[in-house]
Design a protein around this ligand. Structure first.
Ligand SMILES: Cc1cc(-c2ccco2)c2oc(N)nc2c1
Length: 156
């Protein structure tokens, strides 16, 4: 029986830069990513996204826009990860290192894809050009993508 686990993933943009966090522990450890995690019982996906952004980067996000919906399956694992991707250019505070993440600004021409989840190189170009997108990725282990489907959409 398959079940779905809801996760958020937030990207903060400023001019030609994007804020990424180096994951210091846990799921995705050693890779750069947006800020996010599990949506808890009793909170909306948006509330979870804002909470995780602040917990992981110290920033307070404002008016997040949902830009993508990515479903991840791991071979042999019945739990599907449903990742709601958000972007914002409106935030307050300065990025700060937390227990989970070490934030850093990257130029959008210089994304460290070799040190990120292997799906990112596939859908980041859609995010960076301002498209909305929906995708499904089947992973074998934490790195190999066995198959995927990725579409640009008018609305999530
Ligand atoms: C399987 C997977 C999970 C996540 C994730 C963890 C927390 C929020 O999203 C990813 O994030 C990215 N960029 N690729 C990802 C693949």
């Amino acid at each position: 029986m398959t079940t779905r686990k809801l996760l958020s993933l937030v990207f903060v943009r400023e001019a030609s830069k994007i804020l990424l966090g180096y994951k210091k522990r846990g799921f995705g450890q050693g890779w750069w990513n947006g800020f996010g995690g599990k949506v808890e019982k009793g909170e909306t996906i948006m509330q979870g996204a804002l909470r995780e952004l602040t917990e992981e980067s110290g920033l307070i996000g404002d008016s997040l826009e949902e830009i993508g919906l990515l479903t991840f399956e791991f071979e042999g694992d019945p739990v599907l990860l449903e990742v709601h991707v958000f972007s914002t250019t409106k935030f307050s505070g300065k990025p700060e290192e937390t227990e989970e993440m070490r934030p850093a600004w990257f130029d959008i021409q210089d994304i460290p894809f070799k040190k990120m989840w292997s799906d990112d190189v596939l859908w980041f170009p859609l995010m960076l050009k301002g498209s909305k997108f929906k995708g499904y990725f089947l992973f074998k282990g934490l790195h190999d993508i066995l198959k995927y489907k990725l579409d640009e959409v008018d609305k999530i």
